[in-house]
Design a protein around this ligand. Structure first.
Ligand code: SF4
Ligand code: SF4
Length: 135
């Protein structure tokens, strides 16, 4: 999620993570649920029909029985949201992103961001992209 500031300065300053410095780990989650309003917003964003937005950017997950964002290959996390810019490491539809992307992580702290900061400090590289919390 190009998780840059969206004007919610007060809320962001209270958070102990900075999505604008993160390579978008949560955008690599295999299941990112979207609803009809999310798809309609994407359709408006791309000036396409609802059906086109649904088929281009979402898929139905038969196991979880929910509609989710489609993915693309990513050299760091394996797979990542199709709407993510894998070079710039940010969301391409930030202003039109789904509700779940706006809400996540819905807490003042992000476990991945803390892990990332720790790894960057250890590596002495503030651009280091940590892959998983297990390696
Ligand atoms: S829509 Fe944007 S913020 Fe949401 S998962 Fe995809 S790239 Fe990330
Ligand atoms: S993993 Fe955490 S810090 Fe990174 S983009 Fe997602 S919410 Fe923001």
């Amino acid at each position: 999620m190009s998780k840059t500031s969206s004007g919610k300065t007060a809320k962001k300053s209270a958070n102990q993570y900075d999505c604008s410095k993160c390579p978008g780990y949560c955008c690599s989650y295999p299941l990112i649920e979207v609803g009809k309003r999310d798809i309609a917003r994407l359709a408006r964003r791309f000036e396409i029909t609802y059906a086109q937005a649904e088929s281009s950017y979402t898929r139905f997950d038969r196991t979880e029985k929910v509609r989710s964002l489609k993915q693309q290959d990513d050299k760091h996390y394996g797979r990542i949201c199709k709407l993510f810019d894998t070079k710039k490491r940010q969301c391409t539809v930030y202003e039109s992103r789904p509700a779940v992307c706006r809400e996540y992580p819905d807490a003042k702290r992000c476990g991945y961001y803390e892990f990332l900061e720790f790894e960057r400090e250890q590596q002495g590289d503030d651009k280091f992209i940590a892959t998983t919390q297990n390696n």
